[in-house]
Design a protein around this ligand. Structure first.
Ligand code: C2E
Ligand code: MG
Ligand code: MG
Ligand code: MG
Length: 288
């Protein structure tokens, strides 16, 4: 609450609000410093085939351990980075890290990287992606970029142009958090995505809520009709996996198979699953 004091127009804030503003400012200062030093980590979460449990790929997920505070959830700091204009630098760093990592994996294992709308809209984004791929020596078809529906909110024609250029490059484009945000089915006609990703919230409610079940089933059918892959996120229980299988959902990701992993844990995993490339559900998750 701001108020006027004496004739001066000085703004005071409630102490709580002032604290919040200061916290925000200090978070931003720390984030700037971290971006300048690339002081982030990337974890990788397996994506598997629902029928065979074969490993299809990993999603790269950004991690920030804020000095003196501990881990900050990406949902929180990425928004701050976007608002402060830091996301393009940060996003380019993640993309290069993830592509470098993926080079050492078997060629049928892809890497998915989240991309913000500001990155897509920054001039030369498609060229940047192409140059990272050729620098690290990764086949474009092994990279999938995940974009959220928010792209359709400030849908300017240039973002669609970028999507087309990326697709021509041979990179996959997944529509992330499908059905959660600003959705119009119209844009599925306008651009051919390579994959739809269903958000964790749908999957979580699927077994308990009939309507959530219906929504998941409709998305799976829609993907099949469009001829695109569909991944369910947030699969935590064998029951959820079996419902998704029955529905015909092709891919799954979630704690049932694995939490996001440190890069160092990937080579041992690949050795362990060997030619079979199938992940068995985590033993502790089976109880869930
Ligand atoms: P997302 O892209 O939808 O990623 C999936 C989120 O679901 C991840 O959260 C993942 O850890 C979580 N998850 C996966 N399986 C399960 C499960 O079985 N149960 C539960 N409860 N959660 C599960 P995370 O890592 O916290 O990331 C949150 C969001 O932050 C991501 O959502 C994505 O939108 C954004 N993000 C992460 N890394 C990046 C990045 O490098 N760039 C951009 N622009 N955004 C990123
Ligand atoms: Mg994602
Ligand atoms: Mg998602
Ligand atoms: Mg999400």
């Amino acid at each position: 609450r701001a108020r006027r004091d004496g004739g001066q127009s000085v703004c005071f804030y409630e102490p709580r609000l002032r604290l919040l503003v200061e916290e925000q400012r200090s978070l931003l200062a720390d984030l700037r410093r971290a971006v300048a030093r690339h002081a982030f980590g990337v974890e990788y979460q397996p994506i598997v085939d629902t029928q065979t449990l074969a490993l299809r790929g990993f999603e790269a997920l950004l991690r920030w351990h804020r000095p003196g505070y501990g881990p900050v959830p990406p949902d929180r700091f990425i928004r701050v980075a976007e608002e402060a204009g830091l996301i393009c630098e940060l996003g380019a760093w993640v993309l290069e890290q993830a592509c470098r990592e993926a080079v050492s994996w078997p060629s049928r294992v892809r890497v998915a990287v989240n991309v913000s709308v500001s990155q897509l809209e920054s001039p030369g984004f498609a060229r940047q992606v192409a140059s990272i791929l050729s620098k690290v020596g990764l086949e474009p078809s092994r990279l999938e970029l995940e974009i959220t529906e928010s792209i359709f909110m400030d849908a300017n024609a240039s973002s669609f142009g970028v999507l087309e250029s990326l697709r021509e490059l041979g990179v996959g484009i997944a529509l992330d958090d499908f059905g959660c945000g600003f959705s119009s089915l119209g844009f599925l006609r306008g651009f051919s995505f390579s994959k739809l990703k269903m958000d964790t919230t749908f999957v979580r409610e699927m077994g308990i809520d009939r309507r959530a079940h219906a929504v998941v089933s409709a998305i799976v059918n829609l993907a099949a009709e469009l001829g695109v892959a569909v991944t369910a996120e947030g699969v935590e229980t064998p029951q959820q996996l079996s419902i998704l299988r029955q529905m015909g959902c092709t891919q799954a990701q979630g704690f049932l198979f694995s939490r996001p992993m440190q890069p160092a844990a990937i080579p041992p995993l690949l050795d362990q699953i060997g030619g079979e490339m199938a992940l068995s559900p985590a033993p502790d998750a089976v109880l869930g």
